[in-house]
Design a protein around this ligand. Structure first.
Ligand code: MN
Length: 286
């Protein structure tokens, strides 16, 4: 054994651009994980970016629909979304808020815009649950912007810590099954920053403003807004913003390495469990 392990830098193993998609009652969005190009990135099942100034692209919202077997994470950047479920939970997601919803054995909910005009922007991420937790009770971890800690580890680096840690700053989300990291990172023009990710996690970075370079030395590659980098090669992430600065989400999670049986809003381990989800939903057991 060597006394000092060499730093292994992450590189862009693969670049993915989202595909235009429509969901709910006709909301226009960009699907980055969960479609043909990248069906999943264990434990992540889906990543949608929604962002539009046109009310007709979002007004129809996401009327009542079920979920079972995984978690949905909504991070609002602009706009307001009201959610309601069949267990009596209700809340309003305002700009900068996060809802980490563990659907578990099932719920039926709606997610509807609470505005008639203006900008709607944000992300929805689906995180899988291990077999042992798929039928757990539904649970919400919901935080308004003032309860999300902000880390400033260096000059020109501002990070909203939703899950995981940056230095002494710890995000409020708890999920031992996948031990997630979810950071909203803003870099001022030309600023560089490095961050160690948990070893063995799958990770991606999705740029949504400006542009940056990811990786070190010969492995440094550009990443532009609306591009996602699937990370590989090492756990030390090195970022450098371009001349206009950059903003990105960095997301990582421990892979579950379990079989995935998936149909629409149900994600289980076997086809039989999917069929049972249909029966339970139709018979009102959600
Ligand atoms: Mn939903």
């Amino acid at each position: 054994m060597s006394a000092i392990d060499p730093i292994r830098y992450a590189r862009i193993a693969r670049k993915v651009r989202g595909m235009p998609a429509s969901d709910g009652a006709g909301v226009k969005l960009t699907r980055v994980i969960g479609s043909g190009e990248l069906p999943d990135l264990d434990p992540f099942l889906l990543l949608d970016e929604f962002g539009t100034d046109k009310a007709e692209d979002y007004l129809a919202g996401f009327p009542e629909h079920p979920h079972r077997g995984f978690e949905t994470v909504t991070y609002m950047l602009d706009g307001r979304m009201r959610h309601r479920d069949n267990h009596g939970n209700e809340g309003l997601l305002v700009p900068g808020s996060v809802q980490w919803m563990t659907a578990g054995r099932g719920l039926v909910h709606s997610e509807m815009p609470e505005q008639q005009e203006g900008r709607m922007r944000g992300f929805q991420l689906w995180v899988n649950l291990p077999a042992k937790d798929k039928m757990t009770d539904p649970r919400y971890q919901e935080f308004p912007p003032e309860q999300l800690p902000v880390a400033t580890p260096a000059e020109g680096v501002t990070i909203k810590v939703i899950a995981g840690e940056v230095g002494d700053v710890r995000g409020p989300i708890s999920q031992p099954a996948t031990d997630p990291v979810y950071l909203d990172i803003e870099l001022a023009p030309g600023v560089a920053w490095s961050h160690a990710l948990p070893e063995g996690h799958n990770a991606f970075a999705y740029a949504f403003e400006g542009a940056l370079t990811l990786g070190e030395g010969d492995d440094a590659r550009p990443l532009a807004a609306q591009e996602m980098a699937v990370l590989g090669g090492g756990d030390m992430l090195s970022l450098k913003a371009g001349d206009a600065g950059a903003r990105l989400i960095l997301v990582a999670g421990r892979p579950l390495r379990e079989p995935v049986a998936r149909y629409g809003p149900f994600v289980m381990n076997t086809k039989q469990e999917i069929m049972q989800a249909f029966v339970d939903f139709q018979e009102g057991r959600f």
